[in-house]
Design a protein around this ligand. Structure first.
Ligand code: ZN
Ligand code: ZN
Length: 345
């Protein structure tokens, strides 16, 4: 996330010598590269440096680091601590219930950030009044190297071009880090969020050295529900047991939706029901998914004597009732089977 916009803008820029860009000799160690990059980033970041060349300079610094890292086949420096003042982004995840997807909600995210020490710009070293012995206080050395014709002098690595002796920073005990700052931020989630949605919000961080804005990227996850499953198109599915006799009798039952219980009329012979607009809404769209209810009619394993008697009555009354669609269809089926039997004899 660090320097994201800048990184995109300089994708194609190439530097003749990335080490020189960082004021380093070729083949400098990882630690030297890191320290040089942090120091230069802190000095040239456009948030802190009003120079018209600051943006171009920070682009070159970042590109130099990228080139060195690529050459060493190392991962991108994005996971590094951000330079002080750098616009950085922190990721959070919030997990919503389906009910919250329907109604929208406000959540709070919290975290803490560690900034570079302001005294040493994150380098962990402080300048002293005495001259640097390596470069005699000039801040530059003339390397006796093959590429000297490209760059007559390079920044002195010992003092990093400052020309002064340096010693461990007392403010941060040479860690390069300021004390951690806590932040909290309210996140407004509109109805219709989906898993994987990203919300960008800004938290105000009261740092130990200054107040600043921190970009937060909030990723939405959905919690599994006790009885609903959500489809990508906002359709909710729910399977529920119903009394088999109530199902036979076309009774009204109550079915759950994320908005609460809703009345639904059973239809004998039907197992799947669609309740319009009872599913998940869509953010910024005036449409809502449906809720598909699948009922499982439940009958007793054993019928009671009364139930047996009633069922016998029902069977007797139903079979061969001409003039009803069920009776006609049963009669037609019986005729079909009889004629098939006749042909087999
Ligand atoms: Zn320090
Ligand atoms: Zn020096």
């Amino acid at each position: 996330m660090l320097h994201c916009n800048i990184a995109c803008a300089i994708e194609l820029m190439d530097l003749d010598d990335p080490y020189h860009e960082l004021g380093l000799a070729p083949g400098s160690s990882d630690a030297e590269v890191k320290v040089a990059w942090r120091r230069l980033s802190a000095r040239w970041h456009p948030d802190r440096n009003n120079s018209p060349h600051a943006l171009r300079k920070i682009q070159r610094i970042n590109r130099a680091l990228e080139m060195i890292r690529n050459a060493r086949d190392e991962p991108e420096p994005e996971a590094e601590d951000p330079a002080p003042g750098a616009e950085s982004t922190v990721e959070h995840t919030i997990s919503l219930t389906l009910e919250e997807v329907v109604t929208g909600c406000v959540r709070e995210v919290r975290g803490e950030v560690v900034e570079d020490c302001a005294e040493c710009n994150g380098g962990g070293l402080q300048l002293q009044a005495t001259e640097c012995s390596e470069c005699s206080g000039t801040g530059h050395i003339r390397p006796n190297l093959w590429f000297a014709w490209v760059s007559p002098t390079v920044e002195c690595a010992a003092c990093q071009g400052q020309g002064k002796t340096r010693q461990s920073c007392t403010a941060c005990a040479a860690s390069g880090q300021a004390p951690a700052s806590k932040y909290r931020c309210r996140v407004q989630v509109v109805p219709g969020a989906r898993a994987g949605d990203l919300l960008d919000v800004t938290a105000l961080v009261q740092g130990s050295q200054r107040q600043y804005k921190l970009g937060l990227r909030v990723r939405i996850e959905l919690q599994p529900h006790e009885f609903f499953t959500a489809e990508a198109d906002g359709t909710l599915k729910c399977e529920l047991p119903v009394d088999g006799f109530a199902w036979m009798a076309n009774r009204w039952i109550e079915v759950p939706t994320p908005r609460g219980l809703q009345q639904m009329k059973l239809r004998r012979g039907h197992l799947n029901y669609r309740i319009k607009n009872a599913g998940l809404p869509w953010a910024n769209e005036a449409k809502t998914g449906d809720c598909i209810v699948t009922v499982v009619p439940m009958f007793p394993q054993e019928f009671s004597q009364d139930q047996e008697a009633a069922i016998d009555q029902l069977v007797a009354s139903n079979s061969g009732t001409a003039g009803t669609s069920a009776g006609d269809r049963m009669a037609a089926w019986t005729r079909l089977v009889d004629s098939w039997q006749d042909r087999r004899r």
